[in-house]
Write a protein that binds this ligand. Structure first.
Ligand code: MTE
Length: 308
């Protein structure tokens, strides 16, 4: 099983960094970062709920990663992802939509201005961060392709390129590449659902899923699929990678829920990074990762039973 029991992640991997950035210094950092970047920060962050918690330091956001295409240790993505070529980048749109085919990434995002969204990010491994993403609401991207009324789900696929992604070559890997994730259409169209193209005021580093990755802040982090090359509108529910590997442990919905334990560990608490042995920085996990009010209209009580 590749997603690890939090107790098995050594503190050296969790990081010893103690620096917390206060809001003002972060905003300054974002301003500086945006000035030197091709990704302007628009002033529309007020549409998303404000997270009044310290941001996780950039060194942790970009240095402590899950991206098994580059290896299973938290430092592997930052170490190896520079090998990934992200330009040119093609995106294949298929399925139940009027506007399908293969597109250049630049054309897919042309005309959209990335917004800054500060979201809590909760991994199923019981650690969490607060991340200043830059991104485009997924609804705007999907609308561009004119999905038909038959489109009930969206399936996303990560790049498959073993020559640049050493984890895809690993013979011990139990993952059936490429990595696949999916959302229900109404989840995909929800205003909080983001296609991130940047973080901390800069273009997305490869280890975080360049050139774009999904961010669904009320779901466990494995839903946030990286380096997307395929978007398919479908009538039936996609089978996501982790569900395929361990159906008893990971489901399709994966909504953050402190009351439903993972079969091997509790989800009631999380370690907010940075976390050390001396100061694990535990905090209570919130239903829907603190976004319950925003997403309440998406779920009936039937759905709520299906967290995994
Ligand atoms: N996407 C791909 N293609 N491959 C992966 O291994 N890991 C997922 C998700 N997206 C993963 C992925 C998991 S388990 C998590 S917690 C987040 O990416 C981590 O995102 P981050 O490294 O930017 O914090």
């Amino acid at each position: 099983m590749l997603i690890r029991n939090p107790a098995d992640i050594p503190p050296s991997e969790i990081t010893s960094e103690q620096t917390f950035l206060n809001r003002r210094s972060v905003i300054r950092a974002l301003g500086l970062g945006a000035a030197g970047s091709l990704l302007p920060v628009s002033g529309r962050a007020d549409e998303a709920p404000v997270v009044e918690e310290p941001l996780t330091p950039e060194s942790i956001v970009t240095g402590f990663n899950n991206f098994y295409e580059f290896g299973t240790n938290k430092g592997d993505p930052a170490r190896y992802a520079h090998r990934l070529t992200t330009s040119p980048w093609k995106v294949r749109i298929s399925g139940e939509a009027e506007n399908t085919g293969e597109f250049d990434f630049e054309d897919v995002v042309r005309g959209f201005t990335p917004e800054e969204r500060i979201y809590r990010f909760r991994c199923v491994e019981a650690w969490s961060m607060v991340v200043p993403w830059l991104g485009i609401p997924l609804s705007q991207v999907l609308t561009r392709f004119k999905p038909t009324s038959q489109a009930k789900f969206v399936e996303f696929t990560t790049l498959y390129r073993p020559a640049e992604m050493p984890g895809q070559k690993a013979i011990f890997s139990s993952i059936d590449w490429p990595y696949v994730e999916g959302l229900r259409m109404d989840e995909a169209m929800h205003p909080l659902t983001l296609m991130a193209t940047g973080v901390y005021g800069k273009a997305l580093p490869n280890q975080n899923g360049a050139p774009w990755r999904l961010v669904v802040p009320w779901k466990y982090g494995f839903k946030s699929i990286k380096s997307i090359v395929g978007i398919r509108f479908s009538r039936s529910q996609p089978v996501n990678t982790w569900h395929r590997i361990a159906p008893g442990e990971y489901g399709f919905y994966a909504n953050v829920n402190p009351d439903v334990s993972h079969p091997r560990w509790s989800q009631a608490r999380e370690r907010r990074l940075p976390s050390t042995l001396a100061e694990p920085n535990w905090r209570a996990t919130q239903p829907f990762n603190g976004y319950a009010a925003e997403v309440a209209q998406l779920y009936t009580s039937m759905d709520l039973a299906r967290y995994y």
